[in-house]
Design a protein around this ligand. Structure first.
Ligand SMILES: [Zn+2]
Length: 252
């Protein structure tokens, strides 16, 4: 039973199984709960009827509850895809961050909570040696279906603490807009970049609904100043800069 080295309480979840096909965790997946209190979230994540679970829950005060051993498969990602892998639960450790979510006012993440999330991420990454670009949002692996932890989550702060892959977003404004309904080589080029980074963005040459929601997911994580699903110059420059700064280039 692998547990965090940090102070925490332990409330075991029941929706747990073995990681499939010998897969090991190499993704750290961050969520918000979207529920009204940490206590409600804790009960939901540990009861059978919810059909979900998670490794960790961090409440607003920064208290950490572990519910699933890190060696086991928790049920937090659902239908998802990243770099062609669809069984994200077998490949990840999941952290739920208590927050009311977009449907209930989406409050800021308190500093105490961000500090605890940062320390928990650091503890997990160090023990498992996860690559920076494998620290992801639920919205990255389930674009459109999920928005968490959302554009208010401070990925910059995490990166400043040595966690995750992140670059300063290119300034808003400028030209080169691609959007829903556009077609052609520039759209294909954008889709190649998005899928090279890991998103589920088939290269079709059509700026279809799937492309729009993937661009929106990318913005929520990496260019949070404007989350609109429109690939403006800032979005494309930020995406290119991210790919350029990957430890190994995904584009041959
Ligand atoms: Zn989630």
């Amino acid at each position: 039973m692998t547990r965090t080295r940090l102070e925490h309480c332990w409330v075991p979840a029941v929706n747990v199984n073995e990681r499939r096909d010998g897969k090991q965790a190499d993704i750290l997946l961050l969520h918000y709960t979207g529920m009204k209190s940490a206590e409600v979230s804790r009960q939901w994540l540990t009861c059978a009827e919810s059909a979900v679970s998670c490794h960790y829950l961090v409440d607003e005060a920064g208290e950490i509850t572990q519910m699933v051993g890190e060696d086991m498969r928790a049920w937090h990602a659902g239908e998802a895809c990243w770099r062609g892998e669809s069984d994200i639960n077998s490949r990840s450790i999941g952290i739920e961050i208590q927050n009311l979510g977009h449907n209930n006012g989406y409050p800021d993440f308190p500093p105490e909570q961000m500090a605890a999330v940062t320390e928990l991420c650091r503890d997990i990454i160090e023990r498992h040696d996860f690559a920076p670009e494998r620290v992801l949002a639920h919205s990255d692996v389930a674009p459109g279906r999920k928005w968490d932890p959302g554009e208010k989550f401070d990925w910059r702060r995490l990166h400043d603490a040595g966690i995750g892959h992140w670059v300063e977003p290119a300034p808003l404004g400028g030209g080169v807009f691609l959007q829903l309904g556009d077609q052609g080589d520039p759209v294909s080029a954008l889709q190649v970049l998005l899928s090279a980074y890991g998103y589920n963005a088939p290269v079709t040459g059509d700026y279809d609904e799937q492309t729009r929601i993937v661009v929106e997911a990318f913005q929520r994580h990496f260019r949070p100043g404007q989350v609109d699903g429109v690939a403006d110059q800032s979005t494309i420059e930020t995406l290119k800069h991210l790919i350029d700064t990957l430890p190994s280039s995904p584009i041959a």
